[in-house]
Design a protein around this ligand. Structure first.
Ligand code: GDP
Length: 471
């Protein structure tokens, strides 16, 4: 070890001890916010911060009366981009509000809450500060965990089989046609490699757009700053009889291994492993709207995602992270699309969707909860008489066309099996009596008063679960 690195490590030990000592008085809790693309992460974090800074809409956060101050701080990690809170809030509070730009990479923000004991303890105990580091990252990146256990040949075989299924055939056509013309034994030709990787990425994007969730490798959809790098210039290939290193197959096999080693593992080791509490956002309503194939795909993707939270079950992950998250909240997002009378059914559906992955023995040590929420309430509720019966409606402004409408999006069945069984059995459409339509709503127009937090559904319950005990 050179002198420079010795002094560097001494400096780091001192630094760590100091920050350790500081944490005794000013504890830090790291909350991971994840979910597949469009699940609602960006809107969730923006709303959580806005509603913690101004807590007038947070009655369900029990320690609310004790909080004397809330403020944003410079985040402790200089290498992670800051979550663009102000920009996102501005989009939602603009005179013509619009939804903010979605999560495409990892970002972070630190919010600190100062609590002041009340009543008899007021004079005896001093004020306490809790730092909350909120880490936003794409759920797609968790879908990469299974790759660590798979060789290139195994992953290729699995991904090719999936691309050939009837449900995805129309989406993978171009890429598979390119593969069919490919001489796997030929020497690597970079433009050809790029063209194959682009066709594969286009297929994954089309699958995602069509509502499929299982679209690994995660960085192909959300590359962050790795766009165009050689680590992302590969795709699955059928295994030739003989593998030679200078061929296309040999090169793609090496790049796949580099992707695992240089991208997937560091993410789990440097970021994921440091998370104390986690919220997993699920656009269950969106999947139901897209149909049974989408629901089944979401169920499988969630199963994969959740293996990341069970390191005991996963040898590779135990080796990388060596610890478990303490609490996991599963939330069905965008619940403002349906009347509150339907929320129990939505939560029940989410619980059933998670049931496979959430088998109790494996969750020892982490407490979990499921709920339905809306980070930003874009609708109001109303009830009307229709053909002699009372009908629950939601009213909002449509994203497409900007029309103000009041509608009944359909009734979620009380028994989630009515949705999950046809999905598991490979149905293309829902049974006839299940009719469900979910239009996208624009964010609500601002009122005349200065905004106080953001209108939401159960964000206070989510905050109580995630940080309530720490306050
Ligand atoms: P991300 O990809 O997980 O970061 O997803 P976003 O937070 O960007 O959300 C994706 C889209 O879902 C938004 O642009 C909105 O159209 C919609 N959305 C997210 N949260 C809500 C919500 O609470 N209510 C409604 N009505 N729509 C939402």
């Amino acid at each position: 070890m050179g002198i420079a690195s010795i002094t560097d490590s001494i400096a780091r030990v001192i630094d760590d001890t100091q920050s350790g000592a500081k944490e005794l008085f000013e504890p830090v809790v790291r909350i991971g916010v994840t979910g597949l693309s469009r699940a609602g992460k960006t809107v969730f974090i923006t709303s959580l911060i806005a509603n913690l800074l101004d807590r007038s809409r947070m009655p369900g956060l029990k320690a609310n009366p004790l909080i004397s101050a809330a403020f944003l701080q410079p985040q402790p990690d200089d290498t992670i981009p800051r979550f663009a809170y102000e920009q996102h809030l501005q989009a939602l509070n603009a005179p013509t509000p619009h939804w903010p730009e979605s999560t495409s990479s990892i970002s972070q923000l630190r919010l600190s809450l100062r609590t002041q004991p009340t009543g008899l303890l007021r004079g005896l105990k001093r004020a306490k500060t809790l730092h909350i580091d909120i880490v936003d990252y794409p759920g797609e990146w968790l879908l990469d965990l299974p790759l660590l256990k798979q060789s290139y040949a195994e992953w290729s075989a699995k991904t090719l089989a999936q691309a050939h299924t009837e449900a995805r055939a129309g989406l993978s056509e171009d890429w598979l046609a390119q593969l069919a013309d490919c001489d796997l034994g030929a020497a690597l030709d970079e433009p050809h490699a790029q063209s194959l990787a682009e066709a594969f990425t286009a297929y994954l994007q089309a699958a995602r757009q069509a509502g499929f969730s299982n679209c690994a490798p995660g960085r192909f959809l959300l590359p962050g700053d790795l766009k165009g790098s050689p680590a992302l210039t590969f795709c699955p290939l059928p295994r030739p009889d003989k593998v030679r290193s200078k061929t296309l197959y040999g090169a793609f096999e090496r790049r796949y291994e580099a992707y695992k080693k240089q991208i997937v593992k560091p993410f789990f080791r440097d970021h994921f492993a440091r998370i104390d509490r986690q919220i997993v956002l699920v656009d269950a309503l969106g999947a139901i709207h897209n149909g049974p194939e989408s629901v089944e795909d979401l169920r499988l993707a969630l199963g994969e995602i959740l293996t990341s939270f069970r390191p005991g079950k996963n040898h590779i992950l135990s080796m990388i992270t060596g610890r478990k998250v303490e609490k996991i909240l599963f939330a069905a997002t965008k619940a403002d699309h349906i009347h509150h009378s339907q929320h129990p059914q939505l939560t029940g559906f989410l619980e059933a969707l998670l049931a496979d992955a959430k088998d109790t023995a494996n969750w020892k040590g982490a407490s979990t909860q499921a709920l339905s929420l809306a980070a930003l309430r874009a609708t109001v509720e109303q009830t009307t008489k229709h053909e002699g019966e009372m009908l629950d409606l939601v009213r909002g402004t449509l994203m497409v066309g900007g029309k103000d409408v009041a509608l009944h999006p359909g009734d979620l069945p009380a028994d989630p099996a009515r949705l999950l069984t046809p999905a598991k059995e490979g149905a293309k459409l829902w049974p006839e009596d299940i009719d469900y339509n979910l239009p996208a709503f624009a964010p609500p127009k601002p009122g005349d008063e200065a905004p106080k937090g953001l209108a939401h559904i159960r964000m206070d319950r989510a905050a109580e679960f995630l940080i309530g005990d720490k306050l």
